[in-house]
Design a protein around this ligand. Structure first.
Ligand code: GUN
Length: 283
């Protein structure tokens, strides 16, 4: 078997048409959706990520401002800036790019963002709402993974999903979304003995570990859906995921590539969350 490709670029393009249409409707009513992106310091990867986020906003007709501050910015200054944006009617989403410099408490910063503008879905109010099944912003990467399953007509109901990774940003919310969609969910992590025992039983595997090519063909059930959230570099500096793509594609039914899989979906769902926030604000 050769797995079918879940093309994150193609799906993103499709969803962004809808996003642009909804942005245009909001703009015509005087509510152009706005995203504020805050970057503190000079982390090279973060600079690329935030530039891509702002560019994606502009391409879809959203208003976006990038505020780039030096690494010497104090926590108090950052909190004050977030408070100002919380009250700015032109801004419907606030994203503070992580990681922050070590002298700033990232948790405190995220908790200062108004849950109404928490388009990253990182606030405890958003995480709690997801836990109890109430509407709130969903973290963009897991939200994008769920859209990918929908796109290939894979209904998680009754399926066994294995999530590898337990981060607050991906693993935990991914498990919650799959559970909400009636999957039987197993969360595996670095202290799980015999990971392959679990993954071999999975109809859906989501790999979000940050360890290159750790999911190999022998760990995958024939026909399974494999979603690769990893963003690693191989020995040649080439981008690669947590999944051994060349091996696993011979066994899986569906697979996401890296690059061109989950990555573009994360930005697309950030735009979607910003649109939803603006629509909510517009009434
Ligand atoms: N750093 C890496 N990914 C993300 C993300 O999705 N949001 C924020 N705020 N920071 C990140």
């Amino acid at each position: 078997m050769t797995a079918k490709l879940i093309d994150g670029n193609a799906l993103s393009k499709h969803i962004r048409i809808e996003i642009a249409q909804r942005a245009a409707v909001l703009a015509s009513r005087g509510h152009t959706p706005g995203l504020a992106v805050i970057l503190v310091g000079e982390n090279a990867a973060s600079q690329v990520y935030v530039r891509n986020k702002v560019k994606a906003c502009h391409e879809s007709g959203l208003h976006s401002v990038l505020e780039h501050y030096p690494a010497t910015m104090t926590e108090a200054e950052l909190l004050e800036r977030v408070e100002v944006l919380n009250h700015d009617p032109a801004i419907h989403g606030i994203l503070v790019q992580l990681p922050l410099p070590p002298h700033i408490d990232g948790h405190r910063v995220i908790e200062t963002i108004s849950p109404k503008k928490d388009v990253d879905g990182f606030h405890m109010a958003s995480a709690g709402a997801l836990m109890v099944g109430q509407p709130a912003f969903k973290p963009c990467t897991p939200y994008g993974c769920m859209k990918m399953l929908e796109w290939i007509d894979c209904n998680p109901k009754g399926k066994h999903a294995v999530v590898i990774g337990r981060s607050n940003i991906v693993g935990k919310p991914m498990a919650m979304l799959l559970l909400q969609a009636h999957a039987t969910v197993t969360i595996c992590h670095s202290a799980t003995p015999d990971l392959a025992h679990h993954t071999r039983q999975a109809d859906i595997v989501v790999a979000a570990v940050g360890k290159r090519k750790m999911l190999t063909a022998d760990m995958v059930k024939p026909g399974a859906v494999v979603i690769d959230v990893g963003m690693n570099r191989d020995d040649h500096g080439k981008l690669c995921g947590d999944v051994d793509y060349d091996g696993v594609r011979k066994v899986a039914g569906w697979i996401t590539p890296v690059p061109g899989g989950v990555g573009p979906m994360t930005i697309t769902m950030l735009l979607m969350n910003t649109i939803e926030s603006a629509e909510h604000g517009a009434g």
